[in-house]
Design a binder for this molecule. Structure first.
Ligand SMILES: [Cu+2]
Length: 187
């Protein structure tokens, strides 16, 4: 019985193609910093509507969402229309951010560790527009990148394994104090 179903040359060609694709994306796309040690490819490397990774933990590209969050922004104030959401610990969650701004304001959605919201706001301002206000911070668990008015973006992330109340916020300067909420993670 053959040990490998594919000849070595086929495998090497495959590897070369994968490296070429990776090189192409790192060359052509600005890559925000990875927010956690588990983070996968930055979301900007992938298509604009279904983002796997931005936030994200490795290995979710093929994952099927088990739970869904629909997050909408206010029309003319920096706000989310709903401030409380609930998911189950450890589930693969699809989060859709719909920016309903009528005043040409971009927004994002950033999930952080309990007790770190204020600090992440400060770090975000330091990160600045180059990183679309997403700092390289171990406090960030997942995020939907800056989303333009009238646009929606979807990100998959794995909910924290530890039940608790996890804050989320928009890290655009000046928004975090009012544009925030809580993701309740239950067992
Ligand atoms: Cu905002």
């Amino acid at each position: 019985m053959k040990r490998f179903p594919l000849p070595l040359s086929t495998l090497l060609t495959g590897l070369a193609i994968m490296s070429a694709i990776t090189a192409y994306f790192s060359f052509t796309h600005k890559t925000p910093p990875e927010p956690t040690q588990e983070a996968g490819q930055a979301s900007k490397n992938l298509n604009e509507t279904q983002l796997h990774g931005g936030s994200l933990q490795r290995g979710l590209a093929q994952a099927q969402p088990e739970e869904y969050l629909e997050v909408e922004t206010g029309a003319d104030t920096p706000s989310y229309t709903q401030k409380d959401f609930t998911v189950h610990a450890g589930k693969v969650v699809s989060v859709t951010l719909r920016n309903q701004s009528t005043v040409n304001q971009e927004h994002n959605w950033v999930l952080v560790k309990p007790g770190t919201r204020e600090n992440v706001q400060i770090e975000a301002e330091r990160a600045g527009p180059t990183w679309e206000w997403i700092p390289q911070s171990s406090s960030i668990l997942a995020f939907v990148p800056m989303t333009q008015p009238g646009q929606s973006q979807i990100v998959l992330f794995r909910a924290p394994k530890k039940p608790g109340d996890y804050p989320f916020l928009c890290t655009y300067p000046g928004h975090g104090n009012v544009m925030n909420g809580t993701l309740h993670v239950i067992s």
